[in-house]
Ligand binder design. Structure first.
Ligand SMILES: [Zn+2]
Length: 340
């Protein structure tokens, strides 16, 4: 507490207002990692946690204030500018990730894939999440675009620099986690950074056009909309994915025709297993394909092991979310039976 009896800790709802008003970055340099700074008056003289007198300031800019290089008036001016600005006028919050050690890894839904599989999620030919391991001279990198459940961009990683969305409801960096909330208590994304080189998706609830991706640390479910509210779901428990060929991917959304063509292409090159209706097929090189849904898990890998898979629907997204996030061990059971 200070001399006026004001506790050091700012209550969470006030912190959120300050983040929103600072548009989720340092109000001077836009760094995405910051502290809450009482600038008028200083904390030692403050009697309240007034969100208009506290802003987000990174440690570097804060140091310039305490050493007298930046005036308090300048901090106030910058805060007021960021607060009043239209979202399009404010640069997004950003920060660099540490990949210095020659490896890069993106963990998605407990899928284990070979470091040579560089396309982690592909949607109709476009790489949505990709990992480029170092080839000696270059720094390894991760590129990813994360969307929310309405398809709106929440965060992206471009060559190891993450960038938040200015218009987000809330983006918060807590310890090693970056959390994006859609509204109170509802997460669009939680990333855990394990530097150097590893990012774990703890939670992702993402719509990309007619596809939906739900990911927890242990499991995942892939959906396809066949109208705006009805979604069919697919899950494959991949135990091993290695020896990737060019074009290999962990998760791929594609057309029925492309999936059918790939199935035909690989016939005769190894063992092929298919469901009675010939819709779900697994074979070396192909991966596990759900042809009607246009989804392949583990595409173009010569070494490949699938433990189980499940396909079903339509199943309501609210329930699917609960299962993926709270009962990840029962995703396949829920998709397969339509109930738990
Ligand atoms: Zn700064």
């Amino acid at each position: 507490m200070n001399k006026h009896g004001l506790p050091r800790d700012i209550p969470d709802p006030i912190k959120r207002t300050i983040r929103q008003q600072s548009k989720f970055g340092c109000v001077i340099c836009r760094a995405g990692i910051f502290d809450y700074e009482h600038f008028d008056p200083d904390y030692s003289d403050a009697t309240t946690h007034d969100p208009d007198a506290i802003c987000c300031l990174c440690t570097a800019c804060h140091a310039k204030v305490t050493r007298g290089h930046f005036s308090k008036a300048y901090v106030r001016k910058k805060y007021n500018e960021v607060k009043a600005a239209n979202v399009a006028e404010v640069p997004p919050p950003f920060d660099s990730l540490d990949f210095h050690e020659g490896k890069a890894e993106l963990k998605v839904g407990g899928i284990s894939y070979d470091p040579g599989v560089t396309a982690v999620v592909k949607y109709h030919g476009k790489e949505i999440f990709s990992v480029s391991p170092s080839d000696g001279a270059d720094t390894p990198s991760i590129n990813a675009i994360f969307l929310d459940d309405n398809g709106k961009e929440t965060l992206k990683i471009s060559n190891n620099v993450w960038q938040g969305a200015v218009e987000a409801w809330d983006t918060e960096v807590v310890g090693s986690r970056i959390k994006v909330r859609k509204r109170k208590g509802v997460f669009a994304l939680i990333l855990r950074l394990e530097p150097p080189g590893r990012i774990v998706i703890e939670k992702l609830d993402m719509r990309i056009a007619d596809a939906h991706i739900l990911v927890s640390e242990q499991s995942y479910a892939l959906g396809r909309y066949y109208d705006d509210h009805k979604i069919n779901w697919f899950h494959a428990n991949i135990v091993h994915m290695g020896a990737p060929l060019p074009g290999a991917s962990a998760i791929e959304f594609l057309t029925y025709f492309e999936a059918e063509w790939r199935d035909q292409k690989w016939i005769g090159r190894g063992q092929r297993l298919a469901t009675a209706d010939n819709n779900i097929v697994t074979q070396t090189g192909l991966g596990v394909a759900n042809k009607r849904m246009g989804i392949i898990v583990g595409a173009n890998c010569l070494k490949f092991g699938v433990g189980s898979f499940a396909s079903g629907g339509p199943l309501p997204i609210e329930k699917m979310r609960q299962v993926v996030f709270n009962r990840p061990d029962r995703v396949a059971e829920y998709i397969g039976r339509g109930a738990l």
